[in-house]
Design a protein around this ligand. Structure first.
Ligand code: ACO
Length: 432
C-alpha cells in the first residue's frame, strides 16, 4: 500500500502522499494541501522543497556524493571527458562509439557563429560584463534558429538533438569571441577537425597566421574543469532554466535566463570573487586572517568566497577533485602560482576555525577552479563564462525533462503576503 504522511491542522487530519526516490530520498507531496486545507507549504528559498522529479543527477550533500545518471563524479573525472559526460547528462547513458561520433560531429558542425551575430557583439562596449554579453548572445539564438525555437514543446523536442548541439557548441564559440572582442583581437573561426576543448583554445588564443595548438595537458585540464561543472541538480541557474522552460519557452531562451542567474557572486560569479579575494590577500601580504575574521561577522557581503554550499554539508566532491588537479596541472605546465599557496593556507585555517567547523562550511568547486583557469591563460573576468560552457549540458538536460514531461505544469510558486492590507485610493490633492 502507498505510504502517506498525516498533517493535523485545527483538529482535522490531512493525508499527504509520500514519494520515495530511487536513492531513498523521501518527500511529502503537498500539491493537494492548499485545495484541501487552505494552507500552503512555506519554504523561503526552496531549501527544503523538491520542485521536480529528475533522473539526471543525484546529490547527497550530507555525504558529499555526486552522481550523473548513476555514475560517480570521481569516475567520470578520471575516465571520461567533457563531451562524453555532456552526452551522458543530456541523453541518460554513455554513448557507444557510433553515437559519440555522431554527437561530436553535430557539435563540430554547429560551432561557427553567423556573421550577423558578430555584429550584436560588436554593439557592446568592450568593457561590458562578459556574462551580460553571453546571455544576450544566447537569447538572440532563437532569432537565427527560429525552426529550433518555436516555443512549442512538441515541435522543439522534434529538433532537440540539433538545438542541444547548437547551444553547447555556440556557447563555447561565443565565449571565445567575447574574450577576443574585449582584447580588440579579430575573431578566429572554429576548426572542424579539432576536439571540443582544443577548438575552444584555438579560438581563444590563435594569432593571425599562427594557430594555437593546445598542449595535451592544457586540453585535459580544460576537459576536467568543464566536466566538473556539467550538472549540479536543482541549483539556482538550473532551476531558473526549468522555471523559464516550464512556460514552453524554447531551449535557447531558457538557457539564457540560466546564464543570467549564474552571473551572481553567490552562484557562478563566486569563482571571480575567490580570485579577487586571493589576489588581495597576496597584494596586502596578509595571511587571510582579515578575510576569515570578516567572514565570521555574519554579513552576506563579507563571506569567505568559495566556502560553503547550499546543499553540501560534508565536502564538495568536485572541490576535492579540482584541488588535487590544481597541483598536477600547475606542475605539468611549470606554473608557480602564489595564489595556490594562499588558497591552501586559507583552506587549512578556515577548516580549523570553530565558526566554519560548526556551520559545516567547506571549500566548494569555485575555490580552486580559478587557479586552474588562470594557469590556462583565461583572464579572471571570463571565469563565470567558462562555468556557463561547462553547465550547458545540465541546462539542456533539465530543459528537456521539463519539455518532455506530459504531466508538467508551469512553475508558479505561491507566497505569504505580508504587505499593507486593503486601503482606498487617495487623490493627489488630499495626500500629505
Ligand atoms: N563565509 C562565511 N559564513 C558563511 C559562508 C561563507 N562563505 N557561507 C555560509 N555562511 C554562514 C551563513 O551566514 C550562516 O550563518 P548563521 O548560521 O550564523 O546565520 C551559516 O553559515 C549557514 O549558511 P548556509 O545555510 O549554509 O548558507 P546558504 O545555503 O544560505 O548559502 C552559499 C550557500 C550561498 C553558497 C554560501 O555558503 C555562500 O555565500 N558562499 C560564498 C559564495 C560562494 O562560494 N558561492 C559558490 C557556491 S557553489 C556554486 O554556486 C557553484
Amino acid at each position: 500500500m502507498a505510504k502517506t504522511a498525516s498533517l493535523k491542522l485545527d483538529d482535522k487530519e490531512y493525508p499527504l502522499p509520500i514519494i520515495e526516490g530511487t536513492e531513498g530520498e523521501k518527500a511529502i507531496d503537498t500539491r493537494t494541501l492548499r485545495a484541501a486545507s487552505g494552507y500552503i507549504a512555506y519554504d523561503q528559498g526552496y531549501g527544503n522543497t523538491g520542485s521536480c522529479e529528475s533522473k539526471i543527477t543525484f546529490l547527497d550533500g550530507d555525504n558529499g556524493i555526486l552522481r550523473h545518471r548513476g555514475y560517480p563524479i570521481d569516475q567520470l573525472a578520471n575516465q571520461s571527458d567533457f563531451v562524453e559526460t555532456a552526452y551522458l547528462v543530456i541523453y541518460g547513458d554513455l554513448p557507444n562509439q557510433a553515437r559519440r561520433k555522431e554527437f561530436g560531429l553535430l557539435l563540430r558542425k554547429n560551432a561557427a557563429v553567423e556573421t550577423q551575430m558578430q555584429k550584436i557583439l560588436e554593439g557592446f562596449p568592450t568593457n561590458a560584463s562578459p556574462m551580460a554579453m553571453l546571455s544576450a548572445l544566447v537569447s538572440a539564438l532563437p532569432a537565427y534558429h527560429a525552426d529550433l525555437a518555436t516555443n512549442n514543446f512538441e515541435k522543439d523536442l522534434q529538433n532537440f538533438d540539433l538545438a542541444a548541439a547548437v547551444a553547447m557548441s555556440k556557447i563555447r564559440t561565443f565565449v571565445a569571441m567575447i574574450y577576443r572582442y574585449q582584447k580588440g583581437l579579430p575573431f578566429i573561426f572554429p576548426k572542424q577537425e579539432l576536439p571540443f576543448c582544443d577548438n575552444f583554445l584555438h579560438m581563444m588564443f590563435s594569432e593571425p597566421y599562427k594557430d594555437y595548438i593546445a598542449m595535451p595537458e592544457v586540453a585535459k585540464a580544460l576537459n576536467l574543469l568543464l566536466l566538473l561543472h556539467a550538472d549540479h541538480e536543482q541549483n539556482c541557474s538550473t532551476s531558473t532554466v526549468r522555471m523559464v522552460g516550464s512556460s514552453a519557452a524554447n531551449l535557447f531562451t531558457s538557457i539564457s535566463a540560466g546564464i543570467c542567474a549564474l552571473s551572481g557572486p553567490l552562484h557562478g560569479g563566486a569563482n571571480v570573487a575567490v580570485m579577487q579575494m586571493l589576489q588581495s590577500i597576496h597584494d596586502e601580504g596578509d595571511d587571510g586572517t582579515r578575510f576569515i575574521a570578516a567572514a565570521k561577522s555574519g554579513s552576506k557581503s563579507n563571506r569567505l568566497m568559495g566556502f560553503g554550499h547550499a546543499v553540501y554539508r560534508n565536502f564538495d566532491p568536485r572541490a576535492k577533485i579540482i584541488g588535487d588537479a590544481c597541483d598536477t596541472v600547475l606542475r605539468k605546465l611549470g606554473v608557480e602560482d602564489p595564489l595556490l599557496v594562499i588558497a591552501k593556507n586559507l583552506e587549512q585555517a578556515a577548516l580549523k576555525d570553530e565558526y566554519f567547523v560548526t556551520r559545516k562550511l567547506y571549500p566548494n568547486v569555485d575555490f580552486y577552479s580559478g587557479i586552474i583557469m588562470r594557469a590556462l591563460g583565461i583572464p579572471m573576468n571570463m571565469f563565470t563564462t567558462m562555468f556557463a560552457i561547462g553547465r550547458a549540458p545540465g541546462y539542456i538536460a533539465n530543459w528537456r525533462e521539463v519539455a518532455s514531461n506530459p504531466k508538467g505544469r508551469i512553475y508558479r510558486p505561491r507566497q505569504v503576503y505580508v504587505g499593507v492590507t486593503k486601503r482606498d485610493y487617495v487623490p493627489m490633492a488630499q495626500r500629505g
